[in-house]
Design a protein around this ligand. Structure first.
Ligand SMILES: CCCCCCCCCCCCCCCCCCCCCCCCCCC/C=C/C(=O)SCCNC(=O)CCNC(=O)[C@H](O)C(C)(C)COP(=O)(O)OP(=O)(O)OC[C@H]1O[C@@H](n2cnc3c(N)ncnc32)[C@H](O)[C@@H]1OP(=O)(O)O
Ligand SMILES: Cc1cc2nc3c(=O)[nH]c(=O)nc-3n(C[C@H](O)[C@H](O)[C@H](O)COP(=O)(O)OP(=O)(O)OC[C@H]3O[C@@H](n4cnc5c(N)ncnc54)[C@H](O)[C@@H]3O)c2cc1C
Length: 659
């Protein structure tokens, strides 16, 4: 006899008569049918391993036990690499990020930094000889590394880092020093307890001159005993809002000597006599950060997909209040207000992914040409990676919080998985360049391009300005033009503010600081334009069936109108938008909410996120929400006995004390 599989009747109904092929969307998001098959095989391979399952939910473990447990599973995963059906690099990519990896390593992977930053730093900053020396060991996990840049006193302002690496031509060594408390490295992931090596960013001094920050390969711990080496002061920084098993750490140097060859010398060198050889571009040593900014855009998008899937399924299971007097309580998803909360983030997942795909392609093209010595694409890559990292992380964090709120009280439970998802996404606002600082970097590029009439592909619109009548057309192509006008208009307003400040007598740096609000708005408009353009163009250029194209086009339209309604002031100011246009967009928006609503569950199903990856009783495929919430509560240590021992110790004496 086959066992009947439970499916909540409301979800079952949502799934009936789906007008499009869900699998086609899944393949579109995965990058092809073969990639979907490969991903599924990999997921089955990893998730069927009993040893990778948690005995108790992580929340009930101590800080140290959580770390030990995640490290155990992380090491086990590495042992599974060799037999993976998906190939090693694909498997690593899946295990490090918010997808498959998060089903096993819920609070952060203690060896993530090794793959996300240490190996990329060796590849991007090391010479061929240096790569030959360390890369294989790193690939084989004979050594585990991290990327140690941020200090207690400085994270953003890299020129202000204090760690010193002074070249001694007599011994042909660098001497590493932390000259103050604020010079201690503080924050690097995996540094606390896991890593035994690090790429350390330090101010390079040679022949009495500081040449700026450079990457050094440094051994931190003994390869056998794991004890810190002499002069290395290392530890963990303690609990955080999220990502608690990434063992972020601190690190100080007390005159630690390393051979000259441990300066990573792909871009700049120190010769034996101490002569410094400059790089072709002084920002090449920042390359590892650029790589991570690019992959973070993909990662926060996967996290957002998880949040939207949980909230959408739950909203179709949850029935609350009264819509039509006397009728059965409706699914909360039927409230327009709920659709307004959930459908824009649902649409955003597609817009962000398509933009992130463009950025990934630019990264690869730019990297290939930089390998040949051509730096032309670097400014555009820097500008776009900062813009998208800042936009995707901040929008995703807001959307994840909205998803949580949309689930009412149950969204506040740890087991809903919203706290963890939020903890990870909001961290991306800060790490790899705090977003405000990145917006200002973008603004610098935009202002320069507009003034000098020269810049890369992503800012061409600031040079070749649109001609013709400035009418308002509300087709998707017409809407892209409105975004373009807003981006140009806000850059011009920021430039006018800068010039105004100069006329007032401000020095250039003060003029810049006093224009920051306008500069940031301009940078954000530029980033939004890129996402909107990517969304519209990608759908135009893709080979999709008519039903899939229809639903994705509706999502695209909803999304690009949503942002206009959210920032209509900018569109009135810069894009000639009139009251009647706004009212028309408003009614189109609510029509789209109603049109997409019946397919919401089918769309999130097409993300093909397994229950283990969602990690939430609210979002499971079967919609058995209430039973699963009860099952989770049963795991609480407070429910293992009817009367907890603390009752006898504290409460009973109080109850008997006749206060
Ligand atoms: C056997 C087989 C095995 C195979 C194994 C293979 C393995 C391969 C690997 C596979 C696995 C891959 C992994 C993929 C993972 C996928 C999932 C990923 C999930 C990710 C999340 C998980 C983990 C979490 C990780 C978190 C880690 C966090 C790390 C960090 O935070 S590190 C620290 C980051 N810090 C910062 O970002 C600091 C921010 N500050 C700055 O960047 C700078 O100071 C500044 C830009 C703000 C200002 O700098 P500066 O003052 O020096 O410069 P300015 O004067 O302002 O500008 C001058 C000038 O320079 C230009 N410029 C600035 N920066 C750059 C740049 N980066 N690039 C280019 N140009 C730059 C700027 O525009 C100015 O130009 P101009 O003068 O105007 O022309
Ligand atoms: C989870 C997590 C993981 C991390 N992992 C690593 C890692 O592996 N390796 C590593 O080296 N580092 C890591 N970091 C550190 C991270 O890169 C820094 O925290 C980040 O770059 C911000 O720097 P800061 O902390 O010095 O913030 P600050 O720069 O001190 O920011 C404080 C405030 O000042 C504002 N501000 C600063 N400068 C300006 C400016 N020029 N104009 C306007 N406003 C400004 C900011 O916007 C912010 O509001 C990690 C951080 C986190 C949270």
């Amino acid at each position: 006899m086959t066992k009947e599989i439970y499916e909540n009747p409301d979800l079952k109904k949502e799934r009936q008569n789906c007008p499009f092929n869900k699998e086609e969307i899944t393949n579109f998001l995965d990058g092809g049918k073969e990639k979907t098959t490969e991903r599924r095989q990999l997921e089955t391979y990893i998730l069927s391993d009993e040893q990778l399952k948690d005995a108790v939910p992580m929340e009930y473990l101590s800080h140290a036990d959580k770390y030990a447990e995640e490290l155990r599973k992380s090491c086990l995963l590495m042992h599974k690499l060799a037999d993976s059906p998906a190939g090693q690099v694909q498997t690593l990519r899946a295990l490090m990020g918010a997808g498959l990896g998060s089903a096993i390593l819920k609070e952060g992977n203690p060896i993530a930094l090794h793959y996300v930053m240490f190996i990329p730093a060796l590849m991007g900053q090391g010479t061929v000889e240096q790569q030959a020396k360390w890369l294989e060991k790193a690939y084989n996990l004979n050594i585990i590394g991290t990327y140690a840049q941020t200090e207690l006193g400085h994270g953003t302002f890299l020129r202000g880092l204090e760690t010193k690496a002074t070249y001694d031509p007599v011994t042909k060594e660098f001497v590493l020093e932390s000259p103050s408390l604020t010079a201690y490295k503080w924050w690097p992931g995996s540094l606390g307890k896991t890593a035994n090596y690090a790429v350390v960013m330090a101010q390079l001094y040679t022949k009495g001159k500081c040449e700026g920050i450079h990457p050094f390969m440094v051994q931190l711990r003994d390869e056998e005993t794991h004890e810190p080496l002499p002069g290395i002061l290392v530890g963990e920084i303690g609990p955080k809002l999220g990502m608690n098993t990434n063992d972020n750490g601190y690190l100080g140097f007390d005159k630690v000597r390393i051979p000259r060859e441990q300066l990573l010398m792909k871009h700049s060198q120190v010769l034996e006599d101490g002569t410094y050889v400059k790089p072709t571009n002084s920002k090449l040593s920042y390359g590892t950060m650029v790589f991570v900014r690019v992959v973070v855009c993909q990662d926060v998008t996967v996290n957002l997909r998880k949040a939207v899937t949980i909230a959408t399924r739950y909203s179709c299971v949850r029935r609350q209040s009264e819509l039509k007097p006397g009728d059965r309580e409706p699914q909360v998803m039927d409230y327009q207000a709920q659709q307004h909360k959930l459908l824009p983030p649902l649409a955003a997942t597609f817009g962000f992914q398509l933009a992130a795909d463009h950025l990934w392609n630019l990264y690869n093209t730019a990297n290939n040409s930089m390998e040949q010595g051509d730096m032309e694409l670097l400014p555009d890559l820097h500008g776009l990676s900062c813009a998208l990292k800042a936009l995707c992380s901040s929008e995703a964090a807001n959307f994840v919080e909205t998803c949580r709120q949309s689930c009412g009280g149950h969204g506040y439970m740890s087991c809903s998985n919203f706290p963890r998802i939020y903890g990870q996404v909001t961290a991306a606002i800060t790490y790899e360049g705090e977003n405000t600082v990145l917006w200002l970097q973008v603004a610098r590029y935009l202002v320069k391009t507009r003034k000098e009439k020269s810049g890369g592909l992503s800012v061409k619109y600031l040079i070749d300005e649109e001609k013709g009548p400035r009418t308002v057309d509300t087709t998707p192509e017409g809407i892209v033009k409105l975004y373009r006008r807003v981006a140009v208009g806000l850059v011009d307003i920021a430039i006018a503010e800068l010039e105004n400040n100069s006329r007032k007598g401000y020095a250039p740096h003060d003029a810049w600081n006093h224009a920051a609000v306008h500069l940031i708005k301009a940078a954000q408009a530029h980033a939004r334009l890129f996402v909107v353009e990517s969304f519209v163009d990608s759908l135009k250029g893709s080979r999709l069936s008519a039903p899939v194209r229809a639903i994705l086009s509706q999502l695209c339209e909803l999304f690009i109108i949503y942002w206009i309604l959210d920032r209509s002031g900018d569109f009135f100011l810069c894009a000639n938008l009139k009251k009647e246009d706004l009212l028309q967009l408003n009614s189109k928006y609510v029509q789209l909410l109603a049109a997409i609503r019946p397919q919401a569950v089918n769309i999130v199903d097409s993300f093909d996120l397994r229950d283990e990856i969602l990690g939430s009783p609210l979002g499971c495929w079967d919609g058995n929400v209430y039973q699963r919430l009860f099952d989770e509560a049963a795991k609480s240590p407070l429910n293992q006995k009817n009367v907890h021992e603390s009752f006898h110790k504290y409460l009973k004496p109080l109850l008997k004390s006749n206060l």
